[in-house]
Ligand binder design. Structure first.
Ligand code: UT7
Length: 318
């Protein structure tokens, strides 16, 4: 039986940093409020002209180097983003051209913060059925482009970044399961108004009922991690690392409590880059792989939750 396994990780954050103290000068907020309510200390934003695919390319090249895969040998690209460079061609195809792996299937999907989880789940199936041998999975965003920098309820949260993993076939289990969910009844709690078929009407920025989103996120993520464990017949004590969506430290702590996991076994990077939507899980994963916390053989539980709502999990033997 063929399994799919993560053979390389990579990430990239743009150079420009906006600290909480910078934000104090832009909106009515304080470093103390942002840190205590969200855990965020700083975030990165793309330079003028720097696009989602620019960030993704850096992350992808790092992941490919880590996996020892030549860019031209990638045979499948699944790209999660809600801030694409263009309406079309899609970001997967734009990246494919840059990497020089012509003719392969490449696409992007827009499931907001769960974009990487969806992309990972699809790529996993292609590798396991033998159709892909070197799949590239991306989560990348330039949320700064759809953030209203005068709205304190969202400006302090969202930011830019990219993360990537390479999936390859393996005789040993790697991805043990993925579970994806969506529920459009919550659309009005978190959305970006405007689009191609509705028209933009001068406003293309994120609107969020933060406190409502918070409550549903805690519930759905709690259920999602239990679903992942139950599907694999595993006890919560089997998890080596929780690698959660990096949106808010309090949501992360609630999920860890549900799993009875001490925070020492949770990868937390939200302080360094805020909520980067689809990029946040692969970013956190890459940080913990590169600093040596995550080791081969560890059992990882990845999860994300975002607009839609969309959410999902992956249980991974690294
Ligand atoms: O990744 C996609 C999923 N998104 C999320 O997971 C985000 C989920 N939501 C959250 O993370 C939190 O709800 C927030 C961080 C957005 C807000 O935290 P909260 O504890 O839910 O605060 P709140 O919205 O209930 O607001 C509390 C107070 C309000 O003032 P009053 O009415 O109590 O006087 C807000 O106006 O905090 C005020 N407030 C702020 N104060 C200073 C809201 N934003 C700010 C701010 N600075 N930036």
């Amino acid at each position: 039986m063929i399994h799919s396994r993560i053979t390389g990780t990579g990430s990239y954050l743009p150079e420009k940093v906006i600290t909480n103290f910078d934000l104090e000068k832009m909106v009515d907020t304080s470093d103390e409020w942002i840190r205590s309510r969200t855990g965020i200390e700083r975030r990165h934003v793309a330079a003028d002209g720097e696009t989602t695919v620019d960030l993704a390319e850096q992350a992808a090249r790092r992941a490919l180097e880590a996996a020892g895969v030549a860019p031209a040998d990638v045979d499948f690209i699944a790209f999660g983003t809600t801030t694409p460079d263009l309406v079309f061609p899609n970001c997967g195809t734009l990246l494919q051209q840059r990497l020089g792996c012509r003719g392969i299937p490449a696409f992007s999907l827009e499931t907001a913060c769960a974009g990487f989880m969806y992309a990972l789940s699809i790529a996993d199936k292609y590798v396991r059925c033998g159709e892909s041998k070197r799949a590239l999975v991306i989560g990348a965003e330039t949320l700064s482009r759809i953030t209203d920098w005068k709205d304190r309820s969202t400006a302090v949260l969202f930011a830019d970044g990219a993360g990537a993993v390479v999936l390859e076939p393996s005789a040993q289990p790697g991805l043990l399961s993925t579970h994806l969910h969506s529920d459009g009844q919550y659309k009005d709690l978190l959305y970006c108004a405007g689009g191609v078929s509705t028209g933009i009407d001068g406003r293309l920025t994120i609107t969020m009922a933060g406190n409502e989103v918070f409550k549903v996120a805690v519930l759905k993520l709690g259920a999602a991690v239990e679903e992942a464990l139950a599907a694999n017949g595993l006890d919560r004590s089997a998890i080596t690392w929780l690698v959660p969506h990096q949106a808010n430290i309090r949501i992360i702590q609630a999920t860890a409590r549900r799993l009875d996991l001490p925070m020492e076994r949770v990868v937390v990077t939200v302080q360094d880059h805020g909520n980067t939507s689809a990029a946040s899980v692969p970013l956190a994963l890459d940080v913990a792989v590169r600093d040596g916390r995550i080791k081969r053989g560890d059992l990882l539980l990845l999860e994300a939750f975002g607009g839609g709502f969309t959410w999902g999990s992956a249980l991974v033997r690294y």
